[in-house]
Design a protein around this ligand. Structure first.
Ligand SMILES: Cc1ncc(COP(=O)(O)O)c(C=O)c1O
Length: 443
């Protein structure tokens, strides 16, 4: 029980165990957000600041969009909730069809979850079920990659490649291998878009196959552009090579597009942008513009059909969440797709991407910068860590940027920019110039 002698504010701050947050530090100097409108947040003290991160790579269509709000409200009045376990509702089927239409290749079937983490674990289970259905249950291994972030479920954590996230949680899934990351400052520093060097890093998949035998490997999962691990665009030719090796050995290829989906690279999915079609796409975040939590896995016909035909009676896949296909999430996602279409956000993203590239590389020469990189409407400025205090410069710069009127994210000493696609040209200039002033103040 909370101490009743505490005042209300103290009690409120102590009860909420905040996710991925240094709780003690936050609660000593809380940053409270009171509201949001399009490209700005309003802080509790009334100050308006630019949202340089689209929340957490989520709010691609800007905050508080009335069309999305109205769709959720109206859906709630009509059908607040029905479980999709042996019940259907029209928006879920309509949304699945619209996602399948936009996905590349034969990715024609959609399984709904409630978050990116759940969607990643769902995709991994579908991969296992696919091989099981084809009499290849011995394919149980997954291949992830160093510096990858695939959420916090035991599956996603196992294929993820951020040691700090994994170290508290024991052995995780057995049989997971990791490809090397593609961050190569010596050869690729200050790349614009895809770095030129590193295609050969995909060949490490061949070594993993040689050691474990292809017949034990279910799937390879990568983010087309590594996000939370510090924004690492794929080297030229890298994704193509992964695809080719997977095909040669019967491995499924899963793209985790939780960040890259819904316009970040100027198309609905990064797969289309790169011209590489995976066997499954995992998405979340921008899918509903974050107005209602939702994740989804978009699955190739042949995977779906193999699982369907292996179990003609009963549920073909013993998997699902109470809220899979939640009506409010479906309504939010359908309205989000409408907003993207009506406002041409993919085209807008292309133009913002050009501005972001030009402006963010203009910061070169500011103190402590060791790399600047960008891809679509995503950019990173990487600082030399202060000796003995890794991450301190990142925290400091984020604080200075807030003083300058922009809220950005820092992954250690890497500053990440991913504004909403509704940013104006002026917003983009303000974001980058404010970051520049913040950088000038970092000791
Ligand atoms: C690439 C990627 N996959 C999965 C996730 C997990 O999504 P969620 O936090 O919705 O579970 C994230 C979250 O940032 C992500 O960036």
């Amino acid at each position: 029980m909370l101490d009743p002698t505490r005042n209300d504010t103290q009690a409120d701050l102590s009860a909420f165990w905040m996710p991925f947050t240094p709780n003690a530090r936050f609660k000593a100097a809380p940053l409270m957000i009171a509201g949001a409108e399009l490209n700005h947040y309003t802080l509790e003290d009334g100050r308006k600041v630019l949202d340089g991160s689209a929340a957490l790579w989520c709010v691609n269509a800007g905050h508080g969009r009335s069309k999305i709000v109205e769709a959720i409200r109206s859906q709630c009045e009509t059908l607040d909730f029905v479980s999709c376990f042996s019940n259907g509702h029209e928006p879920a089927f309509r949304l699945a069809s619209r996602l399948a239409e936009r996905a590349p290749g034969q990715l024609d079937h959609v399984f709904f979850a409630n978050s990116g983490s759940e969607a990643v674990d769902t995709a991994m289970k579908i991969a296992l079920a696919y091989h099981h259905a084809r009499g290849e249950a011995g394919r149980f291994r997954f291949v992830g990659r160093e510096r990858a972030y695939h959420g916090v479920g035991f599956g996603g954590l196992s294929v993820g490649g951020l040691g700090s996230n994994r170290k508290q949680f024991g052995p995780l899934l057995p049989g997971v291998c990791h490809l090397p990351h593609t961050h190569d400052l010596e050869r690729n520093a200050f790349s614009r878009g895809q770095p030129q060097h590193g295609v050969e890093l995909a060949d490490r998949l061949e070594s993993i196959i040689a050691v474990n035998d292809a017949s034990t490997i279910a799937a390879v999962i990568v983010e087309p552009v590594t996000g939370a691990g510090g924004l690492l665009p794929p080297p030229v030719g890298y994704l193509e090579r992964l695809r080719e090796i997977c095909d040669r050995h019967g491995l499924l290829l899963i793209f985790d597009e939780v960040i890259t989906g819904f316009g970040r690279l100027g198309s609905t999915f990064a797969s289309t942008h790169f011209g590489v079609t995976p066997d499954m796409i995992v998405c979340a975040k921008g899918l509903t513009n974050a107005a209602v939590p939702m994740g989804a896995v978009i699955v190739d016909d042949r995977i779906h059909d193999a699982i369907m035909s292996a179990a003609p009676a009963g549920p073909e896949l013993l998997h699902g969440y109470t809220y899979s296909g939640h009506p409010l999430a479906c309504a939010a996602a359908l309205a989000t797709l409408d907003v993207h279409q009506e406002e041409g956000l993919n085209d807008r993203a292309k133009s913002l991407a050009e501005q972001l590239e030009k402006q963010v590389h203009g910061l070169r020469g500011k103190p402590h910068i060791r790399d600047i990189r960008n891809m679509g409407v995503l950019a990173a400025v990487e600082l030399e860590p202060r000796p003995g205090e890794v991450g301190a410069r990142g925290i400091e710069c984020r604080r200075h940027a807030l003083d300058e009127g922009v809220l950005i994210r820092a992954a250690g000493d890497i500053l990440l920019l991913s504004p909403p696609l509704t940013f104006t040209d002026d917003d983009m200039s303000v974001l980058v110039s404010s970051l520049g002033r913040a950088l000038d103040r970092v000791a």
